[in-house]
Design a protein around this ligand. Structure first.
Ligand code: ARG
Length: 459
């Protein structure tokens, strides 16, 4: 394709380091769509004839179906997807194929293809995240009043509801979707027609190809169009944050399903056994979700490093933008689907959750709040009084609500039996009715609101 001034074949190692077809073959659909838009525009502008454009379009359709069927012979010697397609086009329609590359370059071509690819990926990830949210909301509705221990420092802190915990991830996923959608808006401009770097002398219509490919507008600067990859970086950043959210949830599943903790059980569908220890039920899927985060963060880091020293405009370094990003998107999409499956599969051990929620004097704050509310005690003093009562209970090895009233009154004489009622885990969560709090009725209201919102988005 570019051999005019060359007389020797590339060295085998040159070919090996230069070739990108193994990676950019995944861009075939986008590459063909962009070529079809370009050819139609060239004809509309009188740059090529209508009959050449028609043959080019037909030939490209044939190639699309050949590749789709697995009947296309990708040639490494042809380096990349662009030249593989063009060379096959020449076989199919003859010399007219050579007119397709008028007023464009592989530089604007690859930037266009990859923008289209990343845009498709964003749409897929968004749909997967919506399903993840739907699964979470369904389980949150079911468990709006299921009491579990809430943790800080992984120490039992205060009772919360399981539904509330699940809805926390719905909120995170919503922000993740917002980040992908922001990235999509910014990437949706067309580089096509920027040519190698400087634009072209042909009377092309960049707005027409932009519209044909679903872009909002052509990119305004040809140097920028061929030389930035911020759209990949931005999407990978959104992906990395999403992966971190999933990883934290996966880590919780690993902890919760440990027999030492036993708050949640995953079925045979999402666990594996051990080849040596018959009792084992390993949360492999959750562990792998946690681990795949590394690939996503790695891809973001790697591409930031590739880009950081590159002068304008196109540099071959940028060919390294695709492999890691594609792998990261595949890993993220799988991780989202695996988490969705586990959310639907998991069964909380409600009795154990409730017992654990009351362990470790988790309702101590409720006693302090009672002292403040009923006895009008300053919170700091109430905290101190409660601390002394907790110490008493700990010395006797009993839960807070099991401590005799007289023992509490020895610390604070004005405490009444009413205080004891505030100490159950149910009344603790029921009382947390502040906006965003864990009370079952808040959780139900939030879950209903999310159900409606997600339904509306589906339409
Ligand atoms: N395979 C190249 C890439 O992915 C396509 C652009 C090649 N351009 C060039 N001037 N060699 O970046």
């Amino acid at each position: 394709m570019w051999g005019g001034r060359f007389s020797e074949r590339p060295d085998a190692i040159m070919e090996e380091i230069n070739v990108s077809i193994d990676v950019d073959r995944h861009l075939y659909a986008q590459d063909i769509a962009a070529s079809k838009a370009h050819a139609a525009m060239l004809a509309a502008q009188g740059i090529i004839t209508a009959s050449d454009a028609k043959n080019i379009g037909k030939g490209l359709d044939t190639i699309l179906s050949e590749i789709g069927k697995g009947a296309f012979d990708f040639k490494r010697a042809l380096e990349d997807i662009h030249m593989n397609v063009e060379s096959r086009l020449a076989e199919l329609i003859g010399p007219a194929a050579g007119r397709l590359h008028t007023a464009r370059s592989r530089n604007d071509q690859v930037a266009t293809d990859f923008r289209l690819y990343v845009r498709d990926t964003i749409d897929e990830i968004d749909a997967a995240l919506a399903q993840f949210q739907e699964a979470l909301v369904a389980r949150a509705t079911e468990h709006a009043a299921t009491v579990m221990p809430g943790f800080t420092h992984l120490q039992t802190a205060q009772p919360v509801t399981f539904g509330h915990h699940l809805l926390a991830y719905v909120e995170m996923a919503a922000r993740d979707r917002g980040r992908f959608s922001d990235a999509r808006k910014r990437l949706n401009e067309s580089p096509l027609g920027a040519a190698a770097l400087a634009g072209t002398s042909f009377p092309i219509d960049r707005a027409a190809t932009a519209t044909a490919l679903g872009f909002e507008r052509p990119m305004a600067n040809s140097l920028d169009a061929v030389s930035d990859r911020d759209f990949v970086l931005e999407t990978l950043s959104a992906a990395a944050i999403t992966a971190v959210h999933l990883s934290r949830f996966a880590e919780e599943l690993v902890v919760w399903t440990s027999p030492l903790v036993g708050l949640v059980r995953l079925s045979d569908k999402f666990t594996t056994g051990s080849s040596i220890m018959p009792q084992k039920r390993n949360p492999d899927a959750a562990e792998l979700v946690r681990a795949k985060t590394g690939r996503v963060i790695g891809a973001l880091t790697a591409l930031l490093i590739v880009m950081k020293g590159l002068p304008l405009a196109y540099q071959k370094d940028m060919q390294e933008d695709k492999e890691g990003a594609m792998e990261a998107f595949v890993a993220l999409s799988l991780a989202i689907r695996a988490m969705t499956g586990m959310v639907l599969d998991l069964v909380p051990d409600e009795a154990r959750m409730k017992a654990a929620a009351g362990d470790g004097y988790a309702t101590a704050t409720d006693l302090a709040d009672w002292l403040v509310r009923t006895l009008k005690m300053p919170f700091r003093e109430a905290h101190h009084v409660t601390g002394r009562i907790v110490a008493l209970a700990a010395k006797d090895g009993v839960a807070l609500h099991e401590l005799p009233l007289a023992a509490m009154q020895a610390v604070e004489p004005k405490i009444t039996a009413d205080a004891l009622r505030a100490l159950s885990v149910e009344s603790s969560v029921k009382s947390r009715t502040s906006f965003g709090g864990t009370a079952p009725k808040n959780v139900l209201a939030q879950a209903r609101a999310w159900t409606k919102r997600l339904e509306k988005q589906r339409k």
